[in-house]
Design a protein around this ligand. Structure first.
Ligand SMILES: [Zn+2]
Ligand SMILES: [Zn+2]
Length: 739
């Protein structure tokens, strides 16, 4: 049998996932000689084999992958003959090119869970038990290659036993970078301000347990930041957390011990079960069965998730009841990742369960829901980031996309890959801007990436736009590309679905800067990667008070009343007008008349707000998206009718609908007919273009009722499943605008 030497390069998620020991085992199985090592591009295997042996080896390589690995591509080339004594794993090659992927953080695996609860195991009840198939990755990485010395585990020196496991290719912990044990790894600490108490791991957990059962609030350090936790079945505790956090009604996520506990609280479909128990363990929004007081007032859905670290698991296993687990942050600011940041919330918590493993990269929990068997990501973060998205084509230049201003994420792209950052958040405060800058630096550093082109939103006042401009000013070679907000929304879906050719995009959103300087958000556009044509939009109405209208649904409603009735509005009896004083009404009327701080908008999000105000559902929001969630609750599927609207050239006039809606006696009927009207609107505008694929994007598609209705009516319509429909999906769209 004639043998040659082959060099096999494997691309994809192949580092830090047990890939080299897998190759090692495979080679031994086939009795092949050679070597395997990590490079900046992926994994390089050198094999001395016959053609037939090579073929069998490559088949097994693809078919028997370790759980966290995935292969994007394999290159094989014959090289000069080399002699080998055996098959060995060689040291990582330092390499300038960094196109390799970092696996995201993953939840504790079954094998580790079994050991965690096995009294004979040396890691019995060790809160940081991990192996090659599970645990932290992204949150501890400082730079590539993914080796212990390049992570925050470098502060811990392995004990003899851990080191032996780490160096044994046949061990489940071979090169598991976060490996540790009671003797050598991270340790828990309990802080009851101002004291840092030296206690054993079990004592810390017992103490936390005691506090939680007493109705106290604890801050607990997880993977990518701290959670604030309290007993979800203790209404007084939940209300105390609401009061201290100044969060009157926004729903809290709840962590449950296991699927059985989740099923006691909510209806869980097969698909939802798969998401809940997936290695990513996102918060999944599910239909509540048993109401937990104060968790999600007036809303029948609840966000549930399962423990994803051994620490969470130990706590939940002991307490045997659901716990509120909400990100520890000041409203609209990034998640706290170290004790100094957390101390800003001193008045909120009673104790801290801390530990000494540094969080290098902050990362929130991911949030998802299932609509018509499709996963809709509402927030893409822990477990998913920084996984890459394969693009429909190669980008010509290294691209950095700055994202939008709300729910920001950023992206970098090289060749045919886009790497998306985790959810960063709203860019409204100095701290959030610093966190934003940090995320940009992190991606650049980890991937050793220098952008050649910077894509940003069209809005001149977005912080992301300003940062882009500052960036470009530092280098003559850097170019910028301005991308309209709603076009980016549609492009994001096109990129995810690898669509070539034209689509008919429906972007229903809060607000985004339009080509005419107005605030768009109810847009119908024919798009491809080279540009778009806006074929229809909601007729403009004025947002009284500009930005303020985003928080106060009654402002958009009042504006529509002025459009309909002019000055007569001042004497109308409606829930909207009743929420203002006469003086306020007059002031607003004047502003409306004279266009004083009353920008024009075609936003679908604001239309939802207006309807909720006109029907007396909500006048002022206490959290973003509240109006839409409350309208969902009022939808009655037995109502089949819809209201009339008028299409005037490109503008859809909804005033006939508003007028009819005001006359409706029953709120549920009105809300249901409103939803049905939007569906009719899409059908009407899409009809002449129905040879094109229909694409939905924009924050309004987070509305479960609307999305459900639209997907029922248009079963082939496309909605993103990897990136969020909200502004968290903008960065990917910006990337593909740069072809
Ligand atoms: Zn494990
Ligand atoms: Zn150890």
């Amino acid at each position: 049998m004639e043998r040659s030497t082959y060099k096999i390069t494997v691309y994809g998620t192949v580092q830090g996932v047990g890939f080299r020991p897998f190759v090692y085992t495979l080679a031994n199985h086939f009795e092949l000689k050679g070597s395997v090592c990590n490079t900046g591009e992926g994994v390089e295997i050198v094999l001395y084999a016959s053609k037939e042996e090579l073929k069998r080896f490559l088949e097994a390589l693809q078919n028997e992958l370790p759980p966290l690995a995935s292969i994007d591509g394999v290159d094989v080339e014959q090289v000069a003959l080399q002699a080998f004594d055996d098959f060995c794993i060689v040291q990582t090659k330092a390499d300038a090119k960094k196109s390799v992927r970092i696996p995201p953080d993953v939840s504790i695996c079954k094998a580790c869970e079994t050991e965690l609860f096995d009294p004979t195991n040396r890691r019995y009840r060790y809160p940081f038990i991990t192996c090659t198939h599970c645990g932290v990755r992204y949150c501890i990485i400082e730079r590539l290659p993914y080796d212990r010395k390049n992570t925050s585990m470098r502060f811990f020196t392995m004990c003899k036993k851990c080191e032996a496991e780490y160096n044994n290719p046949l061990d489940r912990r071979y090169h598991a970078q976060p490996i540790g044990c009671f003797e050598c790894g991270p340790k828990l600490e309990l802080i009851i301000s101002p004291k840092r108490l030296q206690k054993s791991s079990d004592e810390v957990i017992d103490h936390a347990l005691k506090l939680l059962l007493e109705g106290k609030i604890i801050a607990l350090k997880g993977v990518g930041g701290y959670h604030l936790m309290c007993d979800a079945t203790n209404e007084a505790a939940v209300m105390r957390l609401r009061e201290r956090k100044n969060r009157p009604t926004k729903p809290f996520a709840v962590m449950v011990r296991d699927l059985a506990m989740a099923k006691e609280l909510a209806e869980i479909s097969q698909k939802e079960k798969e998401l809940l128990t997936s290695k990513e363990r996102p918060v999944v929004i599910v239909k509540m069965k048993k109401k937990l007081s104060g968790i999600a007032p007036d809303i029948s859905y609840i966000g549930l998730f399962l423990p994803y670290t051994p620490l969470h698991l130990l706590l939940l296993d002991a307490i045997k009841r659901p716990l509120v687990a909400t990100s520890a942050n000041i409203s609209n600011e990034p998640i706290c990742t170290n004790i100094e940041e957390l101390e800003k919330l001193q008045d909120v918590y009673d104790a801290v369960v801390d530990h000494d493993r540094v969080i290098v990269n902050g990362c929130d929990d991911s949030v998802a829901m299932v609509v018509q068997e499709q996963t809709i990501m509402l927030r893409r973060a822990r477990g998913y980031a920084p996984a890459s998205v394969e693009l429909p084509f190669k980008v010509k230049k290294n691209t950095l996309a700055m994202g939008a201003n709300q729910k920001n994420t950023i992206a970098i792209a090289f060749e045919d890959q886009a790497i998306l950052s985790p959810h960063i958040g709203d860019l409204n405060t100095i701290d959030s801007l610093a966190y934003y800058q940090n995320n940009i630096d992190t991606l650049r550093r980890i991937y050793d990436f220098s952008p050649q082109i910077i894509a940003h939103d069209k809005h001149p006042n977005y912080e992301s736009t300003k940062v882009a401009k500052e960036f470009v000013a530092t280098s003559e070679e850097l170019k910028t590309k301005t991308v309209q907000h709603h076009y980016a929304h549609i492009l994001g879906v096109m990129a995810e679905k690898k669509i070539q050719g034209k689509v008919f995009g429906v972007a229903f959103d809060g607000t985004g800067y339009g080509d005419d300087g107005r605030l768009w958000g109810g847009e119908f556009m024919v798009c491809d990667y080279s540009g778009y044509e806006r074929v229809a939009h909601l007729k403009y109405f004025k947002l009284l008070g500009g930005e303020k209208a985003i928080k106060e649904p009654r402002r958009a409603a009042l504006s529509l009343l002025f459009d309909l009735f002019g000055e007569e509005t001042l004497s109308l009896q409606t829930p909207t007008t009743a929420s203002f004083t006469q003086t306020e009404l007059r002031t607003h009327y004047l502003a409306w008349q004279k266009n004083l701080n009353a920008p024009q908008s075609s936003s679908m999000g604001r239309l939802f707000d207006a309807v909720s105000s006109l029907l007396g559902v909500l006048q002022v929001m206490s959290f973003e998206g509240e109006s839409g969630m409350l309208l969902e609750e009022l939808y009655d599927k037995s109502v089949k009718e819809h209201y009339l609207f008028e299409v005037e050239e490109e503008a859809i006039n909804t005033l006939p609908m508003i007028e009819a809606l005001l006359k409706e006696k029953n709120t549920k009927t009105a809300v249901s007919k409103f939803f049905n009207t939007i569906v009719e609107m899409v059908a009407n505008i899409y009809a002449p273009y129905d040879d094109l694929p229909l694409v939905f994007s924009g924050g309004v598609f987070q509305n479960r009722v609307l999305l459900n209705l639209l997907l029922s009516r248009f079963p082939k319509a496309l909605i993103a499943n990897t990136i969020p429909p909200n502004d968290g999906g903008i960065a990917l769209g910006q990337v593909v605008a740069c072809i």
